[in-house]
Ligand binder design. Structure first.
Ligand code: TMP
Length: 217
């Protein structure tokens, strides 16, 4: 059986990922693609419990390496319980964030080092990497403005970081997008919801074409 396609979405705070994922859900349903939609940190019960510890605003004493390890622990359980079984049974997985978020947030912005964080994650990802990663690029000031004007969104421990941290997040994503141009596609997320959705669909359709060609080879 052909492995399912593994697609991840990434971006800084307020890039509109949640809205875009909802629209992509509809797109996959309309296309009758067999898929699951999940998220990190979380997606399954144990990983959601770890998410609460990581993002709890009261946990201000959390050490950066501890933080990276908790993300990795949450990731491994999610991979084992949900993502790998789906991919191996031919189901497409649409995942809100993956290891790139750790490389950028913990490795680059917190300063642990991208290679160090990749090492911490080796046991978590079991050799699986996304076939396609869409990076929604937004100016941090605009992203944070969006978050603070959204009354329904809960503010978490990482949202409380200063603008310098979020600027480093953007720098980090740009850096890894440059390093893995085949896999990571950057979409400008500053436009209106519909325009951003259209651009994401274009990227996915391109990628699906390549995937289908590969299957036929
Ligand atoms: P979310 O806002 O996309 O739900 O993600 C929660 C926060 O966790 C967000 O600030 C990004 C951060 N994060 C990391 O720092 N490292 C990671 O590995 C992941 C998956 C998320």
């Amino acid at each position: 059986m052909m492995r399912g396609l593994f697609i991840t979405l990434e971006g800084g705070e307020g890039c509109g990922k949640t809205t875009q994922i909802e629209l992509l859900n509809q797109y996959f349903k309309n296309k009758k693609i067999n898929f699951i939609n999940t998220r990190e940190p979380g997606g399954i019960d144990i990983s959601e419990q770890i998410r609460e510890v990581i993002l709890n605003k009261d946990n201000t004493a959390m050490d950066s390496v501890t933080e990276a390890m908790l993300y990795a622990a949450s990731r491994r359980q999610h991979m084992i319980e949900r993502v790998i079984p789906a991919l191996e049974s031919g189901v497409t997985v649409l995942c809100d964030r993956f290891v790139d978020a750790s490389l950028v947030y913990q490795g680059y912005s917190r300063g642990i080092g991208i290679d160090q964080v990749m090492k911490i994650n080796e046991a978590a990802i079991e050799g699986y990497m996304p076939d396609l990663t869409i990076y929604l690029d937004i100016e941090p000031t605009l992203g944070l403005e969006r978050i603070h004007s959204n009354e329904n969104r809960e503010i978490n421990r990482l949202d409380l970081e200063g603008i310098g941290f979020h600027e480093k997040v953007r720098e980090g994503y740009m850096l890894i997008a440059k390093k893995y141009p085949e896999r990571i596609k950057t979409v400008d997320a500053s436009g209106c919801i519909e325009d951003v959705h259209k651009k994401i669909v274009e990227v996915i359709e391109d990628s699906l074409k390549n995937y289908e060609n590969k299957v036929q080879e």
